[in-house]
Design a protein around this ligand. Structure first.
Ligand code: HQG
Length: 185
């Protein structure tokens, strides 16, 4: 019998690999994504199971228990996709919304100089990721090093024509944030 801890560690590893496959490198599981980012579940399970223990039940459990609700099934439950975070060019049919003001972006102190000059750029992803609370932003920033948080004047961005999207799992996305929209910088 696997202990709860062993079970959750390996589920975490499978989940990380799913993120890689569904956001960045579908070829790592020998699959393709359609234009809306969907992967066929049978193909995904067949591909991933060459590297890790996965079946339909494990996949359903990972999707249900994911702490950030990273994945979604389609209505027929034959397809799965990541809700956001992609670097591959897919259209996950993001909903456009007027965002709360302000929004926050967490990053690492070592990126601050470049960010204050160039603004926030999506780098390898399709969008800049923003959150509505500074705590979440701090956690996101801490993934990269000593965290530093930017507060963004979304009201002025909207007035200037910038478009914002809210992913199915609650992440705010926009193409870029020029430095003039940082508050208190
Ligand atoms: C930084 C996680 C230099 C940017 C999180 C960030 C998030 C610049 C890094 C999601 C820059 C890119 C995304 C510039 C931006 N010069 N650095 N001009 N503009 N940067 O991982 O936002 O767990 O691609 O600040 O929760 O950290 O994967 O983006 O530090 O929602 O589901 O370049 O990933 O979700 O890093 O994280 P990332 P992110 P998951």
């Amino acid at each position: 019998m696997m202990s709860q801890r062993e079970k959750s560690v390996s589920q975490k590893q499978i989940s990380k690999f799913l993120s890689l496959v569904l956001r960045h490198e579908p070829q790592a599981a020998g699959i393709t994504l359609d234009e809306h980012g969907w992967a066929n579940i049978a193909d995904l399970i067949a591909g991933v199971s060459k590297k890790m223990p996965i079946d339909r039940n494990i996949l359903e459990q990972i999707v249900a228990e994911d702490n950030k609700q990273r994945y979604a099934f389609d209505e027929t439950k034959t397809k799965i996709r990541a809700n956001q975070g992609h670097s591959v060019q897919v259209d996950v049919e993001l909903q456009e919304y007027i965002p709360p003001n302000p929004l926050y972006h967490g990053t690492a102190v070592r990126f601050a100089q470049a960010i204050e000059k160039q603004g926030l750029l999506p780098q390898s992803r399709l969008y800049v990721h923003l959150s509505k609370d500074s705590e979440t932003a701090k956690e996101v920033g801490a993934r990269h090093g000593k965290p530093c948080i930017y507060e963004i004047d979304t009201k002025r961005m909207v007035a200037d024509g910038y478009v914002f999207y809210l992913s199915a799992n609650g992440v705010w996305l926009t193409k870029c944030v020029p430095p003039q929209y940082f508050i208190n910088k």
